[in-house]
Structure formats: structure tokens, C-alpha cells
Ligand binder design. Structure first.
Ligand code: BES
Ligand code: ZN
Ligand code: ZN
Length: 556
């Protein structure tokens, strides 16, 4: 989709359709009665306001969230049509809602076979949204550039269709989006192109996660990462079983040993010249291209969805794509552990003990808790490669879906400053995440009779015990874990997004990396995010443990 910005008055732009947001400016009445809607067009353009007057006075346009009203041949306006899109209460309105409006406009108009349209950036985009109006979140609402970027991101989200393999698939994409906005043309264009890069990265991730497991094997995932890296100028290495053995990645290997398909260890690096040595952000993704559960096999019902068990890895690869294009001045490395989880004669069995790369021993009680096994080695390796701060993303547990449903991802962290910085970036990305604990008390649930820990923690608090398991492998390194099992896949079509992969948490990762590079991500400025940590200390600790294991003759 081609993206441009126009500073011409909306009524004077010739287009197939002019999309105008409408907000409801009514305030709650004191007597507790529902207030009458007070629709406000988000443009001062008199001709557009005149064209809407009748629809508003008739009560047809109220500004209700996602209300769509199409007007043909509007008087005094050069566009062939005007689409009014309701954005809900004016005081609540933020980038979160604006993205949805743009996505809904795209999906509505492409269904009508339109190929291009103009979206009017809201003119009342000043100050922050009323924090009282959002009981739990305050999303960004800063300046018209931010509005332009959000519109573009939302439009890309709406333009994606997952129906790749339908033989009668029609190409109904919107090919050109023009954003009508008033301001400094250069800054507006830069914002639009940022939005495009982030939107494309999100769709790149959705593209990977959408593929079925026969098309998206670990090998293919590695190839796709490599091809993309080549296109955007990233350094990318893709390794197979030999490297896993060489690195003594016993936890990762144990998951892949039951499969005919070889695992892939994908290592990507973004190391801009002149970037500070510290921090080095380590993005680690779970890339299970199909999760049958292994010998602890899953029930047949719904198992087909386990093709998206690589969504965390796909998000990391997508984020790296945007990072390479946006060029923030910070070092980022990315590790994706790609494997199938299959039952077979060579598969690991419940009760098996595996030695992770860090040297820690794991009693595998349930082979379906495989994500944490591959991540254990991925996180350790990221530290060994010099990551000073770790973020992992994984469709890790069904338990997080029980806890948070499909609205919020679970977020876990061992470091307050790091968490605080990341949550600031969430205000920009509009991706909802809710923090869950990693108190030491939960660690007892992983105690094993035979090994350092079990890979599952029993019936209760499943998302937390999974995070506790990962925590064992990050040590003191500031770390954020994103359990995206409930949010990586949209269960239903929504007006602004198709059913299928969502691309969460690409936007948050990209915003965060940019914030860190700008210095906004630093809760304690100076030595990088959170400060105080040196990569080398961790490296030594981990390698020592692994050395001890290999000395005692316990191999893979
Ligand atoms: N891939 C699943 C988690 C999952 C569930 C992802 C639903 C997406 C939607 C993970 O590997 C898994 O199977 N976890 C088990 C852990 C259990 C055995 C402790 C689960 O959540 O049931
Ligand atoms: Zn599993
Ligand atoms: Zn899994």
C-alpha cells in the first residue's frame, strides 16, 4: 500500500472516498441519564461539515465507535463519496481507537472494491486522552504526526487477509492511502513512513504465523528470516542440529528430537556503527512451527491452531525487519528457536532429564510444556552473545488465556525499571498487556526430585510457573517475558482486523527499541535501561555452569 500525506483541504481532494472521523463530544449528564450524542466531525473544513449536516441532524451519524455511514455524491466536496467513521466519546479517543477506525475504513472500502481513499487526520488531536475515561490504560494522543502514524498502522492491519490458499482469492487490497493532515509536510511524511514500516513489519509477522505447518517448517522459517535480512541489510545466521549439539542446547534439542524436520536456530543482529556498547537488547522468540504436545499429546479438537505456536518467533523477526528500516541507534540481537514438537520413536518422554545449555538439569514431566524448553536455551544463548537486557515473546501457556482471555497479553518481569520503560512504550503501541507476578514463592512449584527443576509446576498459576521456569535461565539480567498465547491469534473477524494472526507484539517491540535508542526508554539514564548490569558477569556465570556439566560427562 502506497502511503502519502496531503495538506490540501479535505473537500478539495479528488478521491474515490474521503473518510472523516466523527467523535461524540457529549458529557455524562449529572442526573445519571444517558446523554444525547453530540457528534463532532474531526475536520474544520466547512464544505465537509455542510455535507454532513443533514446526516447529523437526522440522528443517523452519532459518532458511536465504529459506526460507518457512507454518503454518495456529497455536495461541495470533490470526493465521490464520504465515509463517516464513529470514534466514540471524544474524551476517550486515542491512538488505540484511531488505528481501529483506519482499519475499519480499509476493510469496509476494499469490500466495495475501492483501491484508494483519503483519511482525514483528526483535528482535535491535542493533549492527552482523559486518564479518568480509561480505567486501566492511557494510550497516546500527542500531536498530528502521531495521529498520522497511527492511521497508517491501522490501515495496514486492516489490509491483511489470511485467505492465501483459496483458489478464488480476489485481490481486494487497498493500494493507496492518502492522509489529509495539516502541519509540517516533512514531519507528517516522516510519521507516515514510520507507520508504513511498522505496519508492514506487523503484516510480515502475520504472514509467517498464518502459514500452515506443512508450509512453515523450521527450515522455511529460517529461510524466510534470511531472505528478509538480506533485503533490509540485517546480519542473519541460521543453524541446524550440529550447532545445537556444539552449543549443548540440550533443552532445545529435546523438543526437536522427535521430529523428521530439523530444528533451526535463527540468529539476527542489528549492530549500527557507532551505537553505544551498552545496552544490547536481546529479543528471543518461541518458534514452534507445530505443537502436537509430543508424547504428552494434545487432544485433536483445536490442535490445528498449534501452527501459530511460532508467533513469538515470527514477531521477533518482524520487529527486526522494522528495526533495520527505522535504524534506531541501539544494538539488538534476535534469537528464534524454531522446531516442531512431535511424538515419535525418537521423541523425548515424560520423566526424561535434559541438560540445558546453562548447565541446569530439567525433568520433563510434560512434553507439551516445550516452549519453555526451547526458550531456556534461547535466553541463555542471547546472554552469551552479549545481550544485557532480554525480552522474550511466546505462545507459552493456555493458562494465560484462562487468566487474561484474548484481550491482554501476560507480561512478566524481574526488573522494575525495565518493566516501567517497556510499559511506557505500550502507551504508544496500543497493544494491551497485563502484568503478572514472578515472586520467588512460586519457584517451589517447579522443584524436582531428580533434577534442578521440573518443566511444569502443577495445576495452579500455570502462566506464572512457566515464567518462573524461564526466570531460572535469565539470572540477574533484566528481563521481560510476553506470554502471547491469547492475543497472537484473532478468533473472529473484527471490523478493523481479519480473523487469524494479529502480529502482536511487533508494534510494542519496535516502539520500545526506538524509545531506548532515543533515551526515553531509560528509567535511569546513563548506563542504558535500568542501568547497572554488565553482560560479561552473566556470561561467565552461565558458561561456568555448563562447563561443570560437561566435565561431569553429562552431554546432550
Ligand atoms: N503452545 C502451547 C500453549 C498455547 C495454548 C498456545 C493455547 C496457544 C494457545 C504450549 O506449548 C502448551 O502446550 N502449554 C501447556 C503447558 C502445560 C503442559 C503445563 C498448556 O498451556 O496447556
Ligand atoms: Zn505445548
Ligand atoms: Zn507450544
Amino acid at each position: 500500500m502506497k502511503i502519502t500525506v496531503s495538506t490540501t483541504a479535505p473537500s478539495q481532494i479528488e478521491t474515490e472516498c474521503l473518510v472523516v472521523p466523527v467523535l461524540d463530544a457529549s458529557a455524562a449528564a449529572n442526573n445519571g441519564e444517558k446523554p444525547k450524542p453530540s457528534p463532532q466531525l474531526q475536520t474544520n473544513d466547512k464544505a465537509v461539515n455542510d455535507a454532513a449536516a443533514e446526516l447529523i441532524s437526522s440522528g443517523e451519524v452519532t459518532g458511536k465507535m465504529l459506526e460507518l455511514t457512507l454518503l454518495h455524491k456529497p455536495q461541495g466536496v470533490k470526493a465521490k463519496r464520504v465515509l463517516f467513521v464513529g470514534g466514540g466519546k471524544a474524551k476517550n479517543f486515542s491512538s488505540y481507537e484511531l488505528r481501529k477506525l483506519a482499519g475499519a475504513a480499509v476493510r469496509n472500502l476494499k469490500a466495495k472494491n475501492l483501491k484508494s481513499f483519503v483519511f482525514v487526520a483528526p483535528n482535535s488531536w491535542t493533549g492527552t486522552a482523559d486518564p479518568e475515561a480509561h480505567s486501566t490504560y492511557v494510550f497516546q494522543r500527542e500531536g498530528v504526526e502521531d495521529a498520522v502514524k497511527s492511521i497508517v498502522e491501522g490501515a495496514f492491519v486492516g489490509n491483511f487477509e489470511p485467505n492465501y490458499y483459496q483458489s478464488d482469492r480476489e485481490d481486494k487490497q487497498i493500494q493507496e492511502l492518502i492522509i489529509a493532515a495539516q502541519g509540517d509536510a516533512k514531519a507528517l511524511n516522516a510519521a507516515a513512513q514510520q507507520g508504513r514500516i511498522i505496519g508492514e513489519a506487523q503484516n510480515f509477522t502475520r504472514d509467517l504465523a498464518n502459514e500452515p505447518s506443512n508450509k512453515m517448517t523450521p527450515t522455511v522459517m529460517g529461510e524466510r528470516a534470511k531472505k528478509m535480512s538480506h533485503e533490509v541489510g540485517l546480519h542473519c545466521e541460521v543453524y541446524g542440529p550440529d550447532k545445537l549439539h556444539e552449543l549443548k542446547m540440550g533443552a532445545f534439542w529435546s523438543v526437536s528430537q522427535g521430529s523428521e524436520e530439523e530444528p533451526r536456530l535463527i540468529v539476527m543482529r542489528y549492530e549500527p556503527e557507532g551505537a553505544p556498547q551498552n545496552p544490547v537488547l536481546g529479543l528471543v522468540g518461541k518458534g514452534i512451527t507445530f505443537d502436537t504436545g509430543g508424547i504428552s499429546i494434545k487432544p485433536a479438537d483445536g490442535m490445528e491452531k498449534m501452527k501459530y505456536d511460532m508467533a513469538g518467533g515470527a514477531a521477533m523477526i518482524g520487529a527486526m525487519r522494522a528495526i533495520a528500516q527505522l535504524k534506531p541507534n541501539v544494538r539488538v540481537i534476535c534469537i528464534v528457536c524454531a522446531s516442531e514438537n512431535m511424538p515419535s520413536g525418537t521423541a523425548q518422554k515424560p520423566g526424561d532429564v535434559q541438560i540445558a545449555m546453562s548447565g541446569k538439569s530439567i525433568e520433563v514431566i510434560n512434553t507439551d510444556a516445550e516452549g519453555r524448553l526451547v526458550l531456556a536455551d534461547g535466553l541463555h544463548y542471547a546472554k552469551q552473545l552479549g545481550a544485557t537486557h532480554l525480552i522474550d515473546a511466546a505462545t507459552l501457556t493456555g493458562a494465560v488465556v484462562v487468566a487474561l482471555g484474548m484481550v491482554n497479553a501476560g507480561i512478566f518481569s524481574n526488573d522494575e525499571d525495565f518493566y516501567e520503560s517497556f510499559s511506557q512504550s505500550l502507551k504508544k503501541s496500543g497493544e494491551k498487556m497485563w502484568r503478572l507476578p514472578v515472586d520467588e514463592e512460586y519457584r517451589d512449584m517447579l522443584k524436582s526430585n531428580i533434577a534442578d527443576m521440573m518443566n511444569v509446576g502443577g495445576r495452579w498459576g500455570g502462566a506464572v510457573t512457566a515464567a518462573m521456569f524461564l526466570k531460572e535461565f535469565v539470572g540477574d539480567t533484566p528481563w521481560i517475558h510476553l506470554d502471547i498465547a491469547g492475543v497472537a491469534w484473532m478468533e473472529d473477524n473484527k471490523p478493523w482486523i481479519a480473523k487469524g494472526p494479529s502480529g502482536v507484539p511487533v508494534r510494542s517491540l519496535v516502539e520500545f527499541v526506538q524509545d531506548v535508542a532515543r533515551g526515553d526508554g531509560s528509567a535511569t539514564s546513563g548506563s542504558g535501561i535500568g542501568g547497572g548490569f554488565t553482560a560479561n558477569q552473566q556470561q561467565v556465570k552461565g558458561t561456568e555452569a555448563a562447563q561443570k556439566r560437561s566435565d561431569s560427562g553429562v552431554g546432550l
